[in-house]
Design a protein around this ligand. Structure first.
Ligand code: AMP
Ligand code: ZN
Length: 300
C-alpha cells in the first residue's frame, strides 16, 4: 500500500476519498483542507481574535491544535457543566492540552452561575438535559465571545450531516435555513464558524493519534438517549456501504439551500433582562435563572 502523494509506505486509508496516505502527507492534506474551508467561506483571517469552544472531546481539541498550527490567534473557552463523574475529566483534558501547548484558556462553571449542575437544572426546568445544556452553552459561549471577532466550534461533517438528516426528517425549516458553515454576526449574536464542516470523524481520530492529543472518549452520561446518535449511526451504516455519501449529502444541500429555503431573517428582539437576541420577551437563559431562583426560594 503506497501513499498516493509521495509513494512511500501508506499508513492511513480514507475510503471516503478512495485515498491512502503516509503520516506526513496526511497531516499536510488535513491542514490544507481545513484552511481551504476557512478561506472559501471567509470565516476569519490570521489577524482576527478567535474564541474556540472546547469540550475535552476529540473534535474541539484537534481543531484547537490545527488552528494554532496554521497560525490563527485562538483562545480556548471551556464550560464546566457540573456533571458528576464526567465534567471533571473533560475539564482536566482541556487543562492538560492548553498547559502542554501554552495556549490561553478560560473556564467557566455552570455551578458557579446557577448553584447546581446540568442534571439538576434539567429537573428544575422539566426539560431534557441535552436541550438545557445546548441552550446554556450557546448563551455562555456567545456572552464570552464579546471581545472576539468570531466563535468557532468543533462541529464535524458527521455532526452537520446527521443534524441535517434530522432536520429534514422533521422538516425543521427554521433550523434548515440557519444550517451553514458560518453564521454572520447579528446584533448581540456573535459570528460563528465551523471549520470542520467538511471533515470526517476518522480523519480527526488519525490526527489526534499522530499529534498525541489525549481526549475524553466516553459519551456524556446524560446524553445516552439523544436522537443525534440515532442519525449518526444511520449515516455510519450508509457511509460504510456508500463511501462519500455524508459529504455529498451535506454539500448538495448547501448548493440548493437558497433555492429551497429563502434567506429572510427571523424577527428577533432583545431580552428585557440581558439584551440577548431572542424570539420572546425574555430569553431562555434568563427564564431558567428565574426558575432556579424561585425553586431555591421555595426550598429554603
Ligand atoms: P456537541 O454538541 O457536544 O457535539 O459539541 C459541539 C461543539 O460545541 C464542540 O465541538 C465544542 O466546540 C462545543 N462544546 C461542547 N461542549 C462544550 C463545553 N463543555 N465547553 C465548551 N465548548 C463545548
Ligand atoms: Zn436574557
Amino acid at each position: 500500500m503506497k501513499c498516493r502523494i509521495c509513494e512511500k509506505k501508506a499508513t492511513i486509508k480514507l475510503p471516503q476519498y478512495n485515498l491512502k496516505l503516509c503520516d506526513s502527507c496526511f497531516l499536510d492534506f488535513f491542514k490544507k483542507r481545513v484552511k481551504k474551508t476557512i478561506d472559501s467561506f471567509k470565516m476569519f483571517s490570521l489577524y482576527d481574535d478567535i474564541l474556540i469552544a472546547v469540550s475535552g472531546g476529540k473534535d474541539s481539541l484537534v481543531l484547537w491544535s490545527v488552528l494554532s498550527e496554521l497560525g490563527y490567534r485562538v483562545s480556548g473557552l471551556h464550560i464546566d457543566l457540573g456533571i458528576e463523574g464526567y465534567s471533571e475529566f473533560c475539564k482536566q483534558k482541556v487543562l492538560d492540552f492548553s498547559e502542554s501547548r501554552g495556549l490561553p484558556l478560560k473556564i467557566i462553571g455552570i455551578k458557579e452561575i446557577f448553584g447546581v449542575g446540568i442534571k439538576e437544572l434539567a429537573r428544575i426546568a422539566k426539560r431534557a438535559s441535552c436541550r438545557i445544556c445546548g441552550m446554556i452553552r450557546r448563551y455562555l459561549i456567545n456572552r464570552e465571545a464579546k471581545d472576539f471577532y468570531c466563535v468557532v466550534t468543533g462541529h464535524t461533517l458527521d455532526d452537520e450531516a446527521s443534524s441535517l438528516l434530522g432536520n429534514v426528517i422533521h422538516w425543521h425549516v427554521g433550523f434548515l435555513k440557519r444550517q451553514y458553515p458560518v453564521l454572520e454576526e447579528n446584533g448581540s449574536l456573535k459570528r460563528k464558524a465551523k471549520p470542520f464542516s467538511f471533515v470526517f470523524e476518522n480523519e480527526i481520530v488519525f490526527y489526534a493519534k499522530l499529534k498525541n492529543i489525549d481526549f475524553v472518549r466516553e459519551r456524556c452520561p446524560l446524553s445516552k438517549k439523544a436522537t443525534s446518535y440515532v442519525y449518526k449511526s444511520m449515516f455510519s451504516f450508509l457511509e460504510e456501504r456508500m463511501p462519500h455519501i455524508k459529504l455529498s449529502f451535506y454539500k448538495e444541500f448547501l448548493k440548493r439551500k437558497n433555492y429551497f429555503f429563502s434567506e429572510e431573517k427571523e424577527q428577533l428582539k432583545e431580552c428585557k433582562i440581558c439584551g440577548y437576541l431572542t424570539v420572546t420577551d425574555i430569553c431562555n437563559f434568563c427564564k431558567l435563572k428565574k426558575k432556579v431562583e424561585e425553586y431555591q426560594f421555595q426550598k429554603a
